[in-house]
Design a protein around this ligand. Structure first.
Ligand SMILES: C[S@@+](CC[C@H](N)C(=O)[O-])C[C@H]1O[C@@H](n2cnc3c(N)ncnc32)[C@H](O)[C@@H]1O
Length: 286
């Protein structure tokens, strides 16, 4: 009878330690060669996505991926797409938009001009949602919206404003649950399998590449949205990005985070008061 090798927890630990070394070398190599900084991204999701790319490239180790990525820019592009999780939806978490309409819009009405930053906007659904909301509140004309992301490919799609028609049913329910005041279908024209959104919605929008980890502040804002991005960063990186937002935020400016994100426990907590704890809406007070 063939003897099975005995399970040795020490071997498992060695394998895990080695994997951590490889991940470290990979992220360090990417940073030094390409300038993309994934060194402080949250480990579990980073690890999963790296392995996905290792297998997709027909490789067996993370070191193999490092070699390929360093010598083949197209492979880096593919890894970049894996590492930037672009899941999004229109009026995502509709109660956030409801709270924004009720609690933030009255404050914005008192401003002659409003600068808004959507950091990590992905394919733009969040930006079009906000433009619709602001138009319904008759504020869009006095807003300038900056929509940024690390990933050029998703930004290109955001600029087009063309989304799959089969997502419109869910978008419509979200829009209504988010306090939508009109008929959602008035904002797009259906053509074949796509919904083409009204170009007027992005008249006041500037789309640009910006890396939250390595790029500096580029303006001062009255509202900053950064939803479902910080969850992919570790605590050190979250703190750094929160500092960037504080440096970019006007006094009494509004910060809107995603459902699972918070400024509590971060170094900037004392600079904000809660407008709506549940919906992660904060206001800078110092
Ligand atoms: C899950 S999507 C969130 C999209 C949208 N904010 C939402 O809540 O639906 C996360 C986005 O963050 C972007 N991202 C990841 N790391 C980034 C970084 N360092 N700088 C800027 N954007 C980043 C990704 O490219 C991706 O489009």
């Amino acid at each position: 009878m063939t003897q099975l090798p005995a399970f040795n927890p020490a071997d498992e630990q060695v394998k895990l330690d080695l994997e951590m070394v490889e991940i470290h070398l990979l992220t360090e190599g990417i940073y030094r060669h390409y300038g993309f900084d994934f060194r402080d991204y949250s480990l579990p999701s980073l690890r999963r996505r790296i392995w996905k790319r290792v297998y997709a490239e027909g490789l067996g180790t993370i070191s193999g991926l490092l070699e390929k990525v360093l010598h083949d820019a197209a492979c880096m592009e593919r890894l970049l797409l894996d590492l930037s999780i672009n899941t999004t939806a229109m009026f995502r978490d509709p109660t956030f938009y409801l709270a924004f309409r009720r609690k933030v819009i009255p404050l914005l009405r008192t401003y002659p001009f409003v600068r808004i930053w959507h950091a990590g906007c992905s394919t733009g659904e969040e930006v079009y949602s906000m433009a619709i909301l602001l138009q319904e509140e008759k504020l869009l004309d006095r807003c300038r919206i900056y929509a940024t992301d690390i990933n050029e490919a998703v930004l290109a799609r955001a600029k087009e404003g063309i989304f799959p028609l089969n997502t419109m049913q869910e978008n419509t329910s979200n829009y209504i649950a988010g306090g939508g005041a009109g008929t959602f279908s008035q904002y797009y024209t259906a053509r074949y399998d796509y919904a083409i959104f009204r170009p007027s919605l992005r008249e006041n929008v500037v789309f640009a590449q910006h890396n939250l980890v390595t790029d500096a502040s580029f303006n001062h804002f009255n509202v900053i949205f950064c939803r479902n991005v910080l969850i992919y960063f570790n605590n050190t990186l979250q703190d750094r990005v929160q500092r960037l937002f504080l440096d970019s935020m006007e006094m009494f400016g509004i910060l809107g985070l995603g459902k699972k994100e918070t400024i509590r426990y971060s170094a900037v907590t004392d600079n904000y008061e809660e407008i709506d704890r549940e919906e992660r809406l904060y206001r800078r007070v110092r």
